[in-house]
Design a protein around this ligand. Structure first.
Ligand code: ADP
Ligand code: NI
Length: 215
């Protein structure tokens, strides 16, 4: 039963994200799904819930939909209604509605192990070599500068302020990417995050060296 609903969800997610150019393309979803499976097995989380929540985690994202989160969650409910119990659908929707980062000073609690695994997998894809590529892809898609020394990073303490932010892409490292390592839930993700974090620090060191002309 579960493998059929996962395949149906994969097909839905693949067509939903096919066209996106802001770093939320199907391959982001694919990587998060893949990593979430790995984390789920290492941490003993329920694979069906984790896989479906990972595949659909960005469907209701505030950045992607003009119609808002509620519309995305409705789409998810109707997709899954015939295959899963209402309780399982509720669990998956609760994960999806909580998964997003909302600013440096805004807590994003996640109670269930399955939710923690999906949030960790999503955040691992925002750091390291892939995270660097995504930050500049997102910035380019929104017409942002790469870097502007006159604009300092802001540690947003509300989701509203974080949403309005239009700063250059390098600021995003200080506003989100470098903070994610300490916000991982599971030990397996924390170990992977350490490595990816070091790579971003090295990248920034070189970036600023080249910016100043010292490298
Ligand atoms: P996720 O899918 O990991 O939840 P988001 O939806 O927050 O990530 O954003 C998609 C990608 O774009 C991520 O890699 C994220 O770090 C990046 N991104 C989001 N906001 C900005 C920004 N203001 N500047 C540069 N990159 C950003
Ligand atoms: Ni995502």
């Amino acid at each position: 039963m579960s493998s059929t609903v996962i395949e149906k969800t994969r097909q839905f997610a693949q067509s939903f994200f096919e066209e996106d150019g802001s770093g939320h393309d199907w391959w982001h979803v694919y990587r998060v799904w893949n990593m979430a499976c790995k984390l789920a097995d290492a941490e003993g989380a329920d694979r069906t819930i984790v896989e479906i929540a990972a595949l659909l985690h960005d469907v209701a994202d505030w950045k992607l939909s003009d119609r808002g989160e509620a519309h995305g969650l409705e789409t998810i409910r109707s997709l899954l209604a015939d295959d899963l119990t209402p309780e399982t659908v509720d669990t998956i929707c609760a994960i999806i509605s909580r998964v997003s980062y909302k600013g440096a000073g805004v807590a994003t609690p996640m109670e269930s192990l399955e939710g923690q695994v999906v949030q960790d997998a999503d955040r691992l894809d925002a750091i390291g070599a892939t995270g660097i590529a995504r930050a500049f892809a997102y910035g380019g898609n929104k017409g942002r500068l790469i870097h502007d020394p006159d604009q300092k990073p802001v540690l947003h303490d509300s989701f509203e302020a974080y949403k309005k932010n239009k700063g250059p892409s390098v600021n995003h490292f200080y506003e989100k990417l470098l903070l994610l390592k300490d916000r991982m839930h599971t030990p397996t993700a924390r170990a992977i995050a350490e490595e990816r974090h070091r790579f971003m620090e090295l990248y920034l060191e070189r970036f600023f060296g080249e910016w100043d002309g010292t490298l």
